[in-house]
Ligand binder design. Structure first.
Ligand code: FES
Length: 130
C-alpha cells in the first residue's frame, strides 16, 4: 500500500536541544520517544516517519512537518510526548478522513513556513506552551 503522507521530525542543529526540547531533550531521547509512539500508532504503511536534519525554521524548534494528502502542516515547540501522541492521532484520523478538523491543542503550535531565513517570529512566547 502506498503511503498517504510523510511525517518529518526535525533532529537538526537546534531541535531537541535542552533549551528548546522540553521533555524531549536531548535529541536522542526525542527520536526514541517519537519512534516508540509511531510504532504503537498503527500508522506504518499509511504515513512514513522520517527524522531529518534542519528543516529551516529553527526559531520554532522542535519542528514537525506533516504532509498528508498533499496538505502541509507545520508544528512548533513539540516538546512533550503527549503532543507527539496527539500529532500521531491526528495523522491517523486525517489519513482516513482528510476533512477532519485540526485539534484545538494544535492552535498554539501550528505555523506557516515557506522556506528561507531563520523562520517566523514565534506567535506564542516559549513559557506559554506546555
Ligand atoms: S534544527 Fe530543526 S528546524 Fe532547524
Amino acid at each position: 500500500m502506498a503511503d498517504d503522507g510523510l511525517l518529518f521530525m526535525c533532529v537538526g542543529c537546534c531541535c531537541g536541544r535542552q533549551e528548546h526540547g522540553g521533555e524531549l531533550a536531548p535529541a536522542r531521547h526525542l527520536k526514541s520517544v517519537v519512534r516508540k509512539a509511531f510504532d504503537a500508532s498503527g500508522l506504518s504503511g499509511r504515513v512514513r516517519l522520517s527524522f531529518t536534519e534542519c528543516l529551516g525554521p529553527c526559531s520554532e524548534s522542535n519542528v514537525v512537518f506533516l504532509y498528508l494528502h498533499g496538505r502541509p502542516l507545520w508544528l512548533r515547540r513539540v516538546n512533550t510526548p503527549r503532543l507527539v501522541v496527539e500529532i500521531l492521532g491526528y495523522a491517523d484520523r486525517a489519513s482516513r478522513d482528510p476533512s477532519c478538523a485540526l485539534p484545538a491543542s494544535f492552535e498554539a503550535h501550528a505555523f506557516t513556513w515557506t522556506g528561507g531565513g531563520v523562520g517566523p517570529k514565534p506567535p506564542v512566547p516559549d513559557g506559554a506552551l506546555s
